[in-house]
Design a binder for this molecule. Structure first.
Ligand code: MN
Length: 249
């Protein structure tokens, strides 16, 4: 209980109480016939320095610890990913690989400000990589919500229409470009090649959990001096994305 005396909340109780509240919400929802997913929207920083749901990985760990992961999924907001120091697409991927990708708040933030500006999205790189993750995940159980508002100088009704049209068009274009990236195939081909050493031999044994540090140590010693590492081809992959987005291929 020392934590009380230095004016820090008893974190264990607070986490358990949040989990109790969430269990009660699930029980009540199920009792009135609600069969859908509950969503939790990770967000760091606001309104305080320590957030229990800092990012997707933190929230997923919390839900699993307290037995809530079958009832909850992530609602990933682009601007919150930025605040957590992640990219939007990374938060989507973390959710998807854990079976927890639910829905999306499709806004964007200001990379220079460090708080939640909830701008309507216009960044087509970001919407493309978002839709790439959605397509790779096989879709969403939820949907898209802008969670965005006009900037203060945009003060007419016409501006509101323009903002929603901008957001819709940005994500529609992102969807088309994400599909084009997948159909192009070069990104997937590179990734398959990059990890191909895990498909056979000692790599396959690692993946299947059929080896040990001792065996790997012996294996590494037998290899002798390592060859130069293969190229990560960062600039090549970025040029592929540009070619697909802007049609220079
Ligand atoms: Mn939101």
């Amino acid at each position: 209980m020392n934590e009380i005396f230095v004016n820090i909340p008893v974190i264990k109780y607070e986490e358990e109480n949040i989990a109790r509240l969430m269990h009660m919400a699930v029980d009540y929802g199920r009792s009135i016939g609600f069969k859908g997913d509950f969503y939790i929207e990770p967000k760091p920083k606001e309104p305080m320095k320590h957030q229990y749901d800092f990012d997707a990985a933190t929230a997923i760990g919390f839900l699993r610890k307290y037995g809530l992961d079958k009832d909850f999924k992530m609602n990933i907001e682009a601007n919150h990913a930025t605040l957590a120091g992640h990219t939007f697409e990374r938060e989507l991927r973390i959710s998807a690989i854990n079976g927890m990708l639910g829905s999306i708040d499709a806004n964007q933030g200001d990379y220079l400000l460090g708080w939640d500006t909830d701008e309507f999205p216009f960044d087509v790189y970001s919407s493309t990589m978002c839709m790439y993750e959605v397509l790779k995940a096989g879709g969403l159980t939820g949907g898209f919500n802008f969670d965005a508002k006009n900037r203060r100088p945009s003060n007419t009704y016409e501006d509101m229409f323009e903002a929603y049209i901008l957001g819709m068009d940005t994500f529609a274009l992102g969807l088309l470009k994400a599909a084009a990236l997948i159909e192009d195939g070069r990104l997937d081909a590179f990734k398959e090649e990059k990890y191909s050493s895990f498909a056979s031999g000692i790599g396959a044994k690692i993946v299947k959990g059929e080896t040990s540090l001792k065996e790997l140590s012996n294996y590494a010693e037998r290899l002798g001096k390592p060859e130069d590492p293969e190229s990560g081809k960062q600039e090549y992959l970025e040029s592929v994305v540009n070619q697909v987005l802007f049609g220079n291929n």
